[in-house]
Ligand binder design. Structure first.
Ligand code: ADP
Ligand code: ZN
Length: 608
């Protein structure tokens, strides 16, 4: 069978997302692969489809127990024989899984990394035909990543002890160079097919608000969202408690999650949220890793997180099914103090010496600065994030708080003059051009080793823009390049002036950039389903939820909200039409088709 047919039959999608095809083809041709895609980009498909096409068994190594169970449940619902092995299974269940495994009854088996050298599984693994090992959340192998898991270091040993080396795939959403290098090195990936897809998530609407009273603003934001699923992140446990109480007092079905609760309560609350028994989760950043809930339609940050990495990961939990979703950050200056306090008082990592600790602290402060810049920028918010991750982007995205507001041309002639004259002075002093980082650090007056070695602190432009954040400064430089005042030497990656720069430097030519006019009343993201279809959508959700309750699985495992919305729009009358709905595969159509078709027919009859 062909990968496209599988995509259609099993998962009910008609097109691959960027990167998926290359990564699947890589594995099928016997090559190792390394996929870097944003959260929600569709990494699981990249190993699930090869798993179904290859002979033998695919092991998926994943750090997250909740994720495993969900994915196995979703696979089973789509008709794929799958299982998981982790500490939640009791001895009898484990034995049953092992037995089935040896009998060749599974195509995909999820394994927790700490199980890999657990006597039992190691010896079973030698006796089954493992053709492919997929390492999910591969950044956990790197100490530079945010979620280092020592047990990931055992993966290589496990693989080397197998009778036959399987194809290896690694998948992560972390893009930094250091982490990428670590993954390839530690896993010994052999000349992998590398695929880095863009980090943009066009369906997410970004917004920063600076309310006087956050509680009031939050309640305002939640109006009309009682039945939508969302996450509200707070910086401290105390805040989680008070916000959760506030929402409950106002009649919202809210629950909470933080490290101060008992494990039992945490998992109970998490389940309530996953199964849509509670629609709003109020949590610290302890919540969410590996949560694959596809119908989260908003993520609100009550406080500013510590870094853009953390923010994008948390906000990225919204809209995973591709529906429009909102990511709103409520900012106050107090958030900066709290974040500084948390960095200064973060517990020391015992594996590091004091110098390393200090380095980490400095990195943390640099990340915090970029995050604060996001909250204060008047430029496109999506552009700011993509810029931070080093990705090119248009000046205006059209779907963020800055771009939705009215624009005005902001005069940046002064900033332009500072930047351009700094580039010129560095060139005059050294006799050659330097890269963007050096220019940026000089303008900011950084005591960077390389800046000082070159004597750039002696320039009059040194420290001229010390109050401008790195990302913002880089956006300004990009803008000057786009406008033709600066150019990059493609080979050396150095920045030089163009002849046009002279007009700004010596003849007062005005430079402008479009920015947001004034903070606007927020209009919520476009609702795609309106009128009658919206009524039908509600009915379909009800049906789905009751089917899910009966089967004891989370509703989105049956159909995601995006699928139901498409169904409400298309209003299929026959099984054939039903199969055309995005997200409806063969098996799911067979299991649920009749029930949904009936419900749709009833709706049509009633409304004629
Ligand atoms: P992540 O990269 O975060 O692991 P997932 O694999 O969980 O992302 O996928 C996120 C969502 O996107 C899931 O609901 C999945 O069904 C959906 N998805 C994946 N691939 C496609 C596709 N080709 N077309 C439409 N939806 C897809
Ligand atoms: Zn924008």
């Amino acid at each position: 069978m062909d990968k496209r047919v599988l995509l259609e039959r099993i998962f009910g999608y008609t097109q691959f997302r960027p990167g998926q095809e290359e990564l699947i083809d890589g594995v099928l041709s016997g090559r190792d692969v390394f996929g870097i895609m944003p959260t929600g980009g569709g990494k699981s498909m990249c190993y699930q489809i090869p798993a179904l096409l290859l002979p033998g068994i695919t092991l998926v190594i994943s750090p997250l127990i909740s994720l495993m169970r969900d994915q196995v449940m979703a696979l089973k619902a789509a008709g794929v024989p799958a299982a998981y092995i982790n500490s939640t299974l009791n001895a009898a269940q484990m034995q049953a899984v092992y037995r089935n495994l040896l009998a060749g009854q599974y195509k995909i088996v999820y394994v927790a990394p700490e199980r890999l050298d657990y006597g039992g599984f190691g010896s079973i693994a030698e006796r089954i035909p493992i053709s492919f090992v997929a390492v999910d959340e591969a950044h956990c192998i790197s100490q530079w990543g945010q979620d280092f898991r020592p047990s990931y270091l055992r993966i290589l040993n496990f693989i080397e002890n197998l009778p036959c080396r399987p194809v290896l795939g690694a998948y992560t959403a972390t893009a930094t160079k250091q982490v990428r290098e670590d993954v390839e090195r530690i896993l010994h990936l052999r000349d992998p097919v590398r695929k880095v897809t863009g980090f943009d998530r066009p369906n997410l609407y970004f917004e920063v608000l600076k309310p006087e009273k956050k509680d009031d603003e939050l309640l305002r934001l939640l109006v009309g969202k009682n039945r939508k699923s969302g996450i509200i992140y707070c910086a401290t446990r105390k805040k989680v408690e008070s916000v959760c109480e506030l929402l409950q007092d106002h009649g919202y079905a809210a629950t909470r999650y933080h490290a101060g609760l008992s494990e039992e309560e945490r998992s109970e609350n998490q389940e309530d949220f996953l199964y849509d028994r509670k629609t709003i989760m109020v949590a610290t950043n302890a919540f969410g890793m590996g949560i694959d809930k596809s119908n989260v339609s908003f993520v609100i940050h009550y406080n500013m997180p510590k870094s853009i990495e953390a923010y994008y990961q948390e906000a990225g939990r919204a809209g995973r099914d591709g529906s429009d979703a909102d990511c709103v950050l409520l900012f106050s200056n107090g958030d900066v103090q709290t974040a500084r306090f948390l960095i200064n008082n973060s517990s020391d990592n015992e594996e590091m010496d004091p110098d390393q600790q200090e380095l980490v602290r400095q990195q943390d402060f640099a990340r915090l600065e970029a995050m604060t810049g996001y909250c204060k920028t008047t430029y496109c918010l999506r552009g700011y994030i993509l810029e931070y991750f080093g990705q090119k982007h248009p000046e205006i995205c059209g779907n963020c708080g800055s771009c939705r507001g009215d624009f005005e041309a902001r005069d940046i002639t002064r900033e332009a003059q500072m930047i351009l004259s700094c580039v010129k002075r560095i060139r005059d002093k050294l006799g050659y051009d330097v890269g963007m980082t050096m220019i940026q650090k000089t303008l900011q007056g950084r005591k960077d080793k390389r800046v000082l070695e070159k004597g750039l602190q002696e320039l009059t432009t040194y420290g001229l823009m010390k109050d401008v954040g790195t990302t913002e400064l880089r956006m300004l430089m990009d803008h000057l390049e786009m406008d033709g005042y600066l150019q990059t030497d493609q080979e050396m990656q150095t920045i030089e002036l163009t002849p046009a720069a002279g007009k700004v430097l010596y003849h007062g030519e005005k430079v402008e950039i479009l920015t947001r006019k004034a903070p606007e009343e927020k209009t919520s993201a476009a609702v795609e389903v309106t009128g009658q279809a919206a009524e039908l959508l509600d009915a379909l959700k009800e049906l789905r939820n009751s089917l899910a309750r009966e089967a004891g699985i989370p509703p989105y495992v049956i159909f995601s909200n995006a699928t139901l919305a498409d169904m409400a729009k298309k209003q299929p009358k026959t099984m054939r039409e039903f199969r055309k709905v995005s997200g409806v595969g063969e098996i799911k159509a067979a299991w649920y088709g009749t029930a949904f078709l009936k419900r749709i027919q009833k709706f049509i009859d009633e409304n004629e």
